[in-house]
Design a protein. Structure first.
Length: 304
């Protein structure tokens, strides 16, 4: 099995720090035309988690509970995003799609330089290439990736809001060299929103606020989407790589210690507080996506 970029990042971090192993039911017509066909909408208030250690994608209630397997046999599943009835997952050099109701993965793109995370907007996927230093875009139905931004030093997480991508950058892999940047979805010069972070990883945007999982020091922070000093929301997590925000709650995938199957998925208020464990005993959970509660006929998906 191909080694995951998450494991590789964790190993680099371990050497340096000594402490780390470093929907919608109603969709705009333009999005429908470009996105994969919808067959069965996932249940509201559901979390989807990549379990890197077992090569699986899991689902569980957003309130907590026993995970169920959605897909297995994926080599190095990492980032995950959900749109409609479809999950998008990075897997080493590839990006695959999986029905949210369960089923076999479909390869959408290959030959990537360690695809780390994925975000989806309408009919487009945005993927970070950790080794190649790029963020690329590709059709959600599959196709050839095209660069959005290049020359980054180990890009990790990605989120999209409107016409802007938000990306975490590990930097040199040493403490304090990580950053959060913004770049137009059409490409352009990145804007640094925060610097001096210790291996920032998962990222999501809610309203005018960014939430970031900082794997290097086990924390979750927030900052204005326009940039500013991060505010610590919680600490004490073990290798928090994945993060998503839904309905005022932050969900975090904490990978745990490598080889120990002590990974977990936790939740905390978007304003900060003590984490609540939703699932424990997982084998290297690296990313989490969420479907939101539905109101009337409208159900909006989240996740990056």
């Amino acid at each position: 099995m191909r080694r995951s970029p998450f494991t590789r990042l964790g190993r680099r971090a371990a050497v340096i720090t000594g402490a780390l192993i470093l929907a919608t039911a109603l969709i705009l017509a333009t999005a429908v035309a470009a996105a994969p066909a919808i067959s069965a909408m996932p249940a509201a208030n559901t979390l989807y988690v990549t379990e890197n250690g077992t090569g699986s994608v899991l689902s569980l209630p957003a309130t907590g509970g026993n995970p169920s397997a959605v897909a297995t046999g994926i080599a190095g599943p990492g980032g995950i995003a959900v749109s409609g009835d479809t999950l998008f997952v990075t897997a080493g050099a590839s990006v695959v799609s999986v029905p949210a109701a369960g089923g076999s993965p479909t390869t959408l793109a290959t030959g990537l330089g360690n695809a780390f995370d994925v975000a989806v907007s309408g009919g487009t996927l945005y993927v970070t290439e950790f080794d190649s230093g790029n963020v690329v875009a590709l059709p959600a139905g599959g196709g050839t990736p095209s660069p959005v931004v290049t020359g980054l030093q180990q890009p990790v997480g990605v989120a999209v809001s409107g016409s802007t991508l938000y990306v975490t950058v590990a930097g040199a892999g040493t403490p304090g060299t990580g950053s959060v940047i913004a770049v137009p979805v059409t490409g352009g010069t990145p804007t640094v929103l925060a610097a001096g972070l210790n291996l920032p990883a998962g990222i999501d945007v809610s309203g005018g606020t960014l939430h970031v999982a900082v794997a290097g020091d086990g924390s979750v922070v927030s900052l204005p989407a326009t940039g500013g000093t991060p505010t610590v929301l919680t600490t004490g997590l073990v290798r928090p790589f994945g993060l998503t925000v839904s309905a005022g709650t932050v969900y975090v995938a904490a990978a745990g210690d490598a080889g120990s199957s002590n990974g977990s998925v936790v939740s905390l208020p978007a304003t900060g507080g003590t984490p609540t464990v939703l699932a424990a005993g997982l084998d290297q959970p690296f990313s989490v996506a969420a479907t939101a509660a539905c109101t009337g006929s409208l159900c909006i998906p989240f996740g990056s």
